[in-house]
Design a protein around this ligand. Structure first.
Ligand code: SF4
Ligand SMILES: [Zn+2]
Length: 322
Protein backbone atom coordinates (compact mmCIF):
# COMPACT_ATOMS: atom_id res chain seq x y z
CA UNK A 1 0.00 0.00 0.00
CA UNK A 2 1.82 3.09 -1.30
CA UNK A 3 0.18 5.46 1.23
CA UNK A 4 1.98 3.72 4.08
CA UNK A 5 5.43 4.40 2.68
CA UNK A 6 4.67 8.10 2.26
CA UNK A 7 2.49 8.46 5.37
CA UNK A 8 4.12 11.71 6.49
CA UNK A 9 3.12 13.45 3.27
CA UNK A 10 -0.58 12.57 3.55
CA UNK A 11 -3.05 15.10 4.89
CA UNK A 12 -4.63 14.37 8.29
CA UNK A 13 -7.90 13.79 6.46
CA UNK A 14 -6.34 11.16 4.14
CA UNK A 15 -4.67 9.43 7.08
CA UNK A 16 -7.90 9.42 9.05
CA UNK A 17 -9.75 7.86 6.12
CA UNK A 18 -7.19 5.09 5.78
CA UNK A 19 -6.94 4.41 9.53
CA UNK A 20 -10.72 4.04 9.72
CA UNK A 21 -10.89 1.86 6.62
CA UNK A 22 -8.41 -0.67 8.03
CA UNK A 23 -10.05 -1.01 11.45
CA UNK A 24 -11.33 -4.29 12.82
CA UNK A 25 -14.93 -4.20 14.14
CA UNK A 26 -15.92 -2.09 17.13
CA UNK A 27 -16.84 -3.91 20.39
CA UNK A 28 -20.47 -3.90 21.48
CA UNK A 29 -20.91 -1.35 24.27
CA UNK A 30 -23.87 -0.19 26.37
CA UNK A 31 -24.30 3.59 26.97
CA UNK A 32 -25.82 2.72 30.39
CA UNK A 33 -22.70 0.88 31.59
CA UNK A 34 -18.98 1.70 31.86
CA UNK A 35 -17.17 -0.68 29.55
CA UNK A 36 -14.82 -1.73 32.35
CA UNK A 37 -13.73 -0.86 35.89
CA UNK A 38 -11.24 -2.22 38.38
CA UNK A 39 -9.34 -1.45 41.56
CA UNK A 40 -5.55 -1.16 41.80
CA UNK A 41 -2.79 0.32 43.92
CA UNK A 42 -0.52 3.00 42.55
CA UNK A 43 2.10 5.37 43.90
CA UNK A 44 0.88 8.98 44.17
CA UNK A 45 3.09 12.01 43.39
CA UNK A 46 3.39 12.72 47.15
CA UNK A 47 4.91 9.26 47.66
CA UNK A 48 1.92 7.48 49.21
CA UNK A 49 0.85 4.08 47.90
CA UNK A 50 -2.81 4.72 47.15
CA UNK A 51 -5.85 2.58 46.49
CA UNK A 52 -7.14 3.67 43.09
CA UNK A 53 -10.45 2.95 41.40
CA UNK A 54 -10.34 2.95 37.61
CA UNK A 55 -13.52 3.50 35.60
CA UNK A 56 -13.65 3.32 31.80
CA UNK A 57 -16.70 5.35 30.80
CA UNK A 58 -18.53 4.46 27.62
CA UNK A 59 -18.94 7.49 25.38
CA UNK A 60 -18.58 8.90 21.90
CA UNK A 61 -15.39 8.19 19.98
CA UNK A 62 -12.56 10.70 20.24
CA UNK A 63 -12.48 12.94 17.13
CA UNK A 64 -8.70 12.74 16.58
CA UNK A 65 -8.12 9.25 15.09
CA UNK A 66 -4.45 8.93 16.02
CA UNK A 67 -2.39 6.38 14.14
CA UNK A 68 -1.52 4.17 17.13
CA UNK A 69 -4.84 4.49 18.99
CA UNK A 70 -7.12 1.54 19.69
CA UNK A 71 -9.32 3.20 22.31
CA UNK A 72 -12.15 3.75 19.79
CA UNK A 73 -12.99 0.03 20.06
CA UNK A 74 -15.08 0.60 23.20
CA UNK A 75 -16.84 3.80 22.15
CA UNK A 76 -20.24 4.71 20.72
CA UNK A 77 -20.86 6.35 17.35
CA UNK A 78 -23.29 8.89 18.86
CA UNK A 79 -22.98 11.08 22.00
CA UNK A 80 -23.94 9.67 25.40
CA UNK A 81 -26.13 11.89 27.63
CA UNK A 82 -25.10 13.37 30.99
CA UNK A 83 -27.69 11.16 32.76
CA UNK A 84 -26.37 8.03 31.09
CA UNK A 85 -22.80 8.91 32.15
CA UNK A 86 -23.90 9.48 35.74
CA UNK A 87 -25.68 6.12 35.76
CA UNK A 88 -22.47 4.52 34.43
CA UNK A 89 -20.48 6.09 37.24
CA UNK A 90 -23.08 5.04 39.85
CA UNK A 91 -22.90 1.48 38.58
CA UNK A 92 -19.10 1.36 38.78
CA UNK A 93 -18.93 3.00 42.23
CA UNK A 94 -21.52 0.55 43.62
CA UNK A 95 -19.21 -2.29 42.59
CA UNK A 96 -15.87 -0.77 43.64
CA UNK A 97 -14.33 -0.56 47.11
CA UNK A 98 -13.29 2.66 48.83
CA UNK A 99 -10.17 4.29 47.43
CA UNK A 100 -8.15 7.47 47.78
CA UNK A 101 -7.90 8.17 44.05
CA UNK A 102 -9.99 7.54 40.96
CA UNK A 103 -9.14 7.45 37.27
CA UNK A 104 -12.08 8.41 35.08
CA UNK A 105 -10.94 7.44 31.63
CA UNK A 106 -13.23 7.89 28.63
CA UNK A 107 -11.27 6.58 25.61
CA UNK A 108 -10.65 10.17 24.56
CA UNK A 109 -10.73 13.57 26.23
CA UNK A 110 -12.71 14.24 29.40
CA UNK A 111 -12.96 17.89 28.32
CA UNK A 112 -14.46 17.03 24.92
CA UNK A 113 -17.97 18.39 25.48
CA UNK A 114 -19.44 15.93 22.99
CA UNK A 115 -17.92 13.04 24.96
CA UNK A 116 -18.54 14.21 28.56
CA UNK A 117 -21.21 16.95 28.51
CA UNK A 118 -20.32 19.77 30.94
CA UNK A 119 -23.84 19.30 32.36
CA UNK A 120 -22.49 16.10 33.92
CA UNK A 121 -19.57 17.77 35.77
CA UNK A 122 -21.53 18.70 38.90
CA UNK A 123 -23.07 15.22 39.22
CA UNK A 124 -19.69 13.58 38.66
CA UNK A 125 -18.04 15.83 41.26
CA UNK A 126 -20.78 15.03 43.82
CA UNK A 127 -20.18 11.31 43.31
CA UNK A 128 -16.42 11.77 43.74
CA UNK A 129 -16.59 13.44 47.18
CA UNK A 130 -14.00 11.85 49.42
CA UNK A 131 -11.49 11.07 46.68
CA UNK A 132 -8.28 13.04 47.23
CA UNK A 133 -7.07 12.73 43.63
CA UNK A 134 -9.10 12.51 40.41
CA UNK A 135 -7.31 11.60 37.19
CA UNK A 136 -8.81 12.30 33.76
CA UNK A 137 -7.25 12.25 30.30
CA UNK A 138 -7.37 15.00 27.68
CA UNK A 139 -5.93 16.06 24.36
CA UNK A 140 -3.89 19.25 25.07
CA UNK A 141 -6.09 21.27 22.68
CA UNK A 142 -9.10 20.81 25.01
CA UNK A 143 -7.44 21.98 28.20
CA UNK A 144 -8.77 25.34 29.34
CA UNK A 145 -11.82 26.88 31.05
CA UNK A 146 -13.70 23.54 31.30
CA UNK A 147 -10.71 22.05 33.13
CA UNK A 148 -10.90 24.78 35.76
CA UNK A 149 -14.69 24.53 35.94
CA UNK A 150 -14.37 20.81 36.76
CA UNK A 151 -11.53 21.34 39.28
CA UNK A 152 -13.60 23.96 41.11
CA UNK A 153 -16.43 21.46 41.60
CA UNK A 154 -14.11 18.76 42.96
CA UNK A 155 -13.22 18.21 46.58
CA UNK A 156 -9.97 16.47 45.57
CA UNK A 157 -7.01 17.43 43.40
CA UNK A 158 -7.37 17.08 39.62
CA UNK A 159 -4.64 15.34 37.62
CA UNK A 160 -4.71 15.58 33.82
CA UNK A 161 -3.16 12.81 31.75
CA UNK A 162 -1.72 13.95 28.42
CA UNK A 163 -0.79 11.70 25.51
CA UNK A 164 2.67 13.19 24.98
CA UNK A 165 3.55 10.13 22.84
CA UNK A 166 6.87 11.21 21.26
CA UNK A 167 8.48 14.65 20.95
CA UNK A 168 10.15 13.86 17.60
CA UNK A 169 8.36 16.51 15.47
CA UNK A 170 8.03 14.23 12.41
CA UNK A 171 6.70 11.33 14.46
CA UNK A 172 4.29 13.51 16.41
CA UNK A 173 2.92 14.76 13.09
CA UNK A 174 2.70 11.25 11.62
CA UNK A 175 0.78 10.07 14.67
CA UNK A 176 -2.08 12.23 13.32
CA UNK A 177 -2.54 13.98 16.67
CA UNK A 178 -2.52 17.43 15.08
CA UNK A 179 -0.25 18.55 17.85
CA UNK A 180 3.20 20.13 18.04
CA UNK A 181 5.81 20.07 20.79
CA UNK A 182 5.04 23.79 21.32
CA UNK A 183 1.35 22.89 21.93
CA UNK A 184 2.44 20.30 24.48
CA UNK A 185 4.70 22.82 26.20
CA UNK A 186 1.90 25.35 26.34
CA UNK A 187 -0.54 22.82 27.83
CA UNK A 188 1.99 21.74 30.46
CA UNK A 189 2.77 25.37 31.40
CA UNK A 190 -0.96 26.12 31.70
CA UNK A 191 -1.59 23.09 33.94
CA UNK A 192 1.37 24.02 36.16
CA UNK A 193 0.18 27.64 36.35
CA UNK A 194 -3.19 26.38 37.63
CA UNK A 195 -1.60 23.96 40.12
CA UNK A 196 -2.99 20.85 38.48
CA UNK A 197 -1.09 17.56 38.53
CA UNK A 198 0.13 16.15 35.21
CA UNK A 199 0.61 12.61 33.95
CA UNK A 200 2.39 11.93 30.63
CA UNK A 201 1.72 8.89 28.49
CA UNK A 202 4.80 8.16 26.35
CA UNK A 203 5.09 5.58 23.58
CA UNK A 204 7.76 2.99 24.24
CA UNK A 205 9.14 2.63 20.70
CA UNK A 206 6.97 4.81 18.45
CA UNK A 207 6.42 3.90 14.78
CA UNK A 208 8.07 5.66 11.78
CA UNK A 209 11.68 5.44 13.07
CA UNK A 210 14.38 2.76 12.81
CA UNK A 211 14.50 0.67 16.02
CA UNK A 212 17.55 2.32 17.62
CA UNK A 213 16.19 5.81 16.94
CA UNK A 214 12.73 4.88 18.18
CA UNK A 215 14.25 3.81 21.48
CA UNK A 216 16.43 6.94 21.67
CA UNK A 217 13.37 9.15 21.09
CA UNK A 218 11.46 7.28 23.79
CA UNK A 219 14.26 8.32 26.17
CA UNK A 220 14.34 11.92 24.84
CA UNK A 221 10.60 12.14 25.47
CA UNK A 222 11.00 10.82 29.02
CA UNK A 223 13.71 13.46 29.61
CA UNK A 224 11.41 16.12 28.17
CA UNK A 225 8.69 15.10 30.66
CA UNK A 226 11.19 15.19 33.56
CA UNK A 227 12.50 18.61 32.48
CA UNK A 228 8.93 19.90 32.32
CA UNK A 229 8.32 18.70 35.89
CA UNK A 230 5.56 16.28 34.97
CA UNK A 231 4.90 14.33 38.15
CA UNK A 232 3.83 10.96 36.73
CA UNK A 233 5.47 9.46 33.65
CA UNK A 234 3.99 6.33 32.08
CA UNK A 235 5.69 4.32 29.35
CA UNK A 236 3.24 2.45 27.13
CA UNK A 237 4.77 -0.18 24.81
CA UNK A 238 3.41 0.58 21.34
CA UNK A 239 1.22 -2.26 20.09
CA UNK A 240 -0.52 -3.46 16.98
CA UNK A 241 -4.20 -4.40 16.94
CA UNK A 242 -6.00 -1.42 15.40
CA UNK A 243 -5.54 -2.39 11.74
CA UNK A 244 -3.21 0.38 10.58
CA UNK A 245 -0.38 -0.58 12.97
CA UNK A 246 -0.27 -4.12 11.53
CA UNK A 247 -0.02 -2.65 8.04
CA UNK A 248 2.77 -0.28 9.10
CA UNK A 249 4.55 -3.28 10.58
CA UNK A 250 4.19 -5.19 7.31
CA UNK A 251 5.87 -2.41 5.33
CA UNK A 252 8.68 -1.98 7.89
CA UNK A 253 7.51 1.32 9.35
CA UNK A 254 6.96 -0.16 12.80
CA UNK A 255 8.40 -3.04 14.80
CA UNK A 256 6.95 -4.06 18.15
CA UNK A 257 9.16 -3.46 21.19
CA UNK A 258 11.36 -6.47 21.98
CA UNK A 259 11.90 -7.63 25.58
CA UNK A 260 15.41 -6.11 25.47
CA UNK A 261 14.01 -2.75 24.26
CA UNK A 262 11.35 -2.74 26.98
CA UNK A 263 14.12 -3.46 29.47
CA UNK A 264 16.31 -0.61 28.17
CA UNK A 265 13.49 1.94 28.16
CA UNK A 266 12.33 0.91 31.65
CA UNK A 267 15.91 1.17 32.95
CA UNK A 268 16.17 4.68 31.52
CA UNK A 269 12.83 5.71 33.03
CA UNK A 270 13.64 4.34 36.47
CA UNK A 271 16.94 6.23 36.49
CA UNK A 272 15.04 9.55 36.19
CA UNK A 273 14.18 11.78 39.14
CA UNK A 274 10.41 11.99 38.43
CA UNK A 275 7.97 11.56 41.33
CA UNK A 276 6.23 8.53 39.80
CA UNK A 277 7.68 6.31 37.06
CA UNK A 278 5.42 3.64 35.61
CA UNK A 279 5.70 1.03 32.89
CA UNK A 280 2.22 0.09 31.72
CA UNK A 281 1.83 -3.63 32.45
CA UNK A 282 -1.59 -3.98 30.82
CA UNK A 283 -1.16 -6.43 27.92
CA UNK A 284 2.62 -6.52 28.54
CA UNK A 285 2.70 -10.31 28.14
CA UNK A 286 2.11 -9.98 24.38
CA UNK A 287 5.71 -8.77 23.90
CA UNK A 288 7.29 -11.99 25.24
CA UNK A 289 7.36 -15.25 23.33
CA UNK A 290 8.09 -17.32 26.46
CA UNK A 291 4.97 -17.47 28.72
CA UNK A 292 7.15 -17.83 31.80
CA UNK A 293 9.12 -14.66 30.97
CA UNK A 294 5.87 -12.86 30.23
CA UNK A 295 4.40 -13.72 33.62
CA UNK A 296 7.60 -12.99 35.56
CA UNK A 297 8.28 -9.68 33.82
CA UNK A 298 4.70 -8.47 34.22
CA UNK A 299 4.86 -9.23 37.96
CA UNK A 300 8.29 -7.60 38.28
CA UNK A 301 7.27 -4.36 36.54
CA UNK A 302 4.04 -4.23 38.56
CA UNK A 303 6.13 -4.47 41.74
CA UNK A 304 8.57 -1.83 40.48
CA UNK A 305 5.66 0.51 39.70
CA UNK A 306 4.41 0.17 43.26
CA UNK A 307 7.74 0.37 45.06
CA UNK A 308 9.31 2.84 42.60
CA UNK A 309 12.48 0.81 42.98
CA UNK A 310 14.44 -0.81 40.18
CA UNK A 311 14.69 -4.61 40.33
CA UNK A 312 17.28 -6.62 38.41
CA UNK A 313 15.92 -8.44 35.32
CA UNK A 314 14.42 -11.84 36.09
CA UNK A 315 16.24 -14.98 34.98
CA UNK A 316 13.73 -17.29 33.43
CA UNK A 317 14.38 -21.02 33.96
CA UNK A 318 12.34 -21.88 30.85
CA UNK A 319 14.41 -19.99 28.27
CA UNK A 320 17.32 -17.61 27.80
CA UNK A 321 15.24 -14.65 26.60
CA UNK A 322 16.51 -12.36 29.37
S1 SF4 B 1 -6.30 11.87 21.14
FE1 SF4 B 1 -5.99 10.03 22.43
S2 SF4 B 1 -7.96 8.96 22.45
FE2 SF4 B 1 -8.02 10.47 20.78
S3 SF4 B 1 -7.46 9.28 18.97
FE3 SF4 B 1 -5.59 10.24 19.80
S4 SF4 B 1 -4.68 8.70 21.19
FE4 SF4 B 1 -6.81 8.08 20.77
ZN1 LIG C 1 11.38 -17.39 29.51
Amino acid sequence: MIELTRWETLTPRARTRLIRKLRPPRATVDPERPYAFHHEQERAPDGRLEHVNVVFLTNRECPWTCTMCDLWRHTTTTPVTADQLLRQLDYALEHLPEAEAIKLYNSGSFFDRLAIPPDAYRGIAERLRGYRRIIVESHPALIGPRTLQFQELLEGQLEVALGVECIHPGVLNALNKRLTVADLEQAVAWLHAHHLLIRAFILLKPPFLPAAEALAWTCHTVRWAVTHEIQTIVLIPTRTGNGIMERLEQVGRFTSPTPAEIEAAAAFLFAQPASVRLLDTWDLTRFYTCPDCARRQQARFARMNQTQTWEAPVHCPSCSQL
